[in-house]
Each structure stands twice: as C-alpha cells, then as structure tokens.
Design a protein around this ligand. Sequence first.
Ligand SMILES: [Zn+2]
Length: 394
Amino acid sequence: MPGTPTLVTVLSMNLAWLVLLALPIEFLPSKYDGMPRCEEIKAAAPADRAAAVAAVRKCTGLDWADREEIRIRFQDASSDPEAAKGARMALRRTEVLEGREIVAITLFWEYLMTGQADAREEITHEYVHAVHRLNVPRERYLATPRWVREGLALHVAGQGPARVRWILQDRIEAGPDALVDGLEPSGRGHDQRDYAEDWLAFRYIEEEHGAERLRAVMRDLIAGRRDWQDAVRTHTGEDAESFVGKARSHARGTVRAIEGGVREELLPWLSRARDPAADAGETVTGLREFLRRRPDAYCAPRARLALAEAELARGEVAAARAGFLELLSRYPEEVADADAARFGLVRCAEAAGDSAAEARERAALERDYPLSRHRRDTGSVEPAAGRGGGDEEE
Ligand SMILES: [Zn+2]
C-alpha cells in the first residue's frame, strides 16, 4: 500500500537515525548540496577524520586519539553570524551534550568549495586542539601558551611549510625578520603572523634533537602530562630561556632561507603597480618578467594578482581575465585576498560590457565569499586579516 511504511522501511529509518546519532560527522543543509565538489568532500569526510586520528597517533605515539566526544560539523559560514565576525576557516566549541563535554569542530563550506581550505588539513588541525582540550582541564588548556597549541596543531596537520610561505607573502612588505619576533610565553600579543614562528619552534626540536624527542615532547603536551617548560627540559635538556633563544635564531635562519631575497626583486614592481603616476606598460612588462624568472616563488600569487590588476587598468581585459582565473585555479590557498581575484572577474565582465557575465560573476562572489569587502550587500562586515582562525574558542 503506497504511503504505508513497511517493516523494513521503519527498521531502516530507525537504524539510520541511530547511526546518525552515533556518527561524529554532521552535514547541515548547505547552498552547495548536490554540487559535485561538495558531495566529494562529504564522501571523503570519514577518511579525513580517520587521517586526523592517525596523524595524532603518529606524531605523539598515543593510541587513544579516536575520541567519540569530538564531533565534526560542516555548514555554510553565511548561516552562522558567529563565523562572520572573523575570516575563519573553521571554528571549535566545547559543548555539553546529554551531560557530557564534547568538542564540536565546525568547517565552513565556502572555504572548502573555493579551495582556500583543505578539509583533511583543517580537520586534523582542529582535531589536535580538540584532543589537547579534552585531556587537560579548561583553565590549564587556556593557560597553555598559544604558540604551543598552534605549533602542535600545525605540525601534526603538516601545515607548517605552506603556512610560513603564506605569511611571508602576506607580509612581504615587512620582510622575513618580522615573522620572528620571539615566542610569546605569556600568550599575550599572539596574532596570525606568529603561526610561522610557532611551528618553527617545533621544527627546531626536530632538527636539533631528532624526531623521537619531538614526539616525546608532543606526547607530554597533548596528554597534559607536563607543561611546555618541563616537557622541553625533560626531553631535550634545554631550559626554557635557552630554548626560546635557540628556537628564535633557528626560525630566523629558516625563514630567511625560504625568502631567499626574492622580495627585493618584487617589491619595486608592487609599489609601481599601486602608483597611478607609474607607466602601466612598464609595470606589466616588469611583473611578467618576474613571473617568468620566478614562477614558483612564494610570492608568485601576489605578483600574478598585481599583474592582472595592471592589465585590467590598461584595458587588456582578456589577459587580466586569464590572470584572475589562473589565481583561482592555481593558487586557491595562497592568494592573500582570494576574493580579489573573483572580484577581478566581475570587473573584467563589466569592462567587456557583458552584463550577463557580470551578474554571474557577482553571484559567485556573493555566494563564495560571504566576508568579502567587495560584496554589495554587506559593506559593514570587515574580514579579519589572515587565515586559520577558529582558535579563539572558550
Ligand atoms: Zn589552531
């Protein structure tokens, strides 16, 4: 009889309900539902969670990393007013569910769909914080310096090298030494720029004392067995003061080596690109030459964006459009201002007098970049600088 549930249907509905309750992964309704990339990310989520658990185990030697109290939720940033307060890739909250403390990690679809964030990396990063949080009382967790918490998460998630390159590019005017201003033992004054140095302190332990000792330090930290000074002293023999000093000079050397003097070549062209009195033709030629010589430089996306902007200013619309498209496909994670490339496509369509394309590009901008300053409807929402937020919980 149509409309009457059979016994099998009722059973499977109940089973599905039970499975959903037990599943540590939840997908809230999204504007991207049904799109191939969205469905691929959903299908990969259980494997991504398993990879996060495996990474924590590998880096710490702890075998109890698979915590049922850690829930992962996917939702649209545009549906969460909390998310709109800062440019967050992910958010983590401690909640009480049926009398139990759980840690809920929320990933935002917009960043995953545009490629600004990688689901596996974000899940692993937040998973490290969550395991750490579950192992130590709240007050002690919050008293742990940010550099310790972030360095741990970046190292386990394998995000360190890319993060250093990204921050170097984002702060190219300030230069590499500005990334290394000392660890903040008190936790005060820590900002997005400090993530590079946070990770490099862990890298220092690995390079100076070996992977085994680093693993021991990380195990003690994440298990809440020792504070950082005690963990470092026990496993490396260095006292806190000596460690902070040595980690700093190691970080400075590493960052300078990655920078490699490339900024000296690019900075004059970036400042010309901003100067309305400069010859735009020369700027275009200079930036093209830079990219020909340094296609893989950490700051290539910055150069590519400046070049596309200069081409558009000169009326070379087709070349500018190709540049903005290349930025979105080749460097989705690295463009400091990813929405600027998308907005560039809106302006290219406008310059070409193609109003249908302009409307299409604008709709994509509004859908994918809810915090963009280039949106028409939310001029009041200022995106926070940097990435990898979501660590300000509790
Ligand atoms: Zn973090």
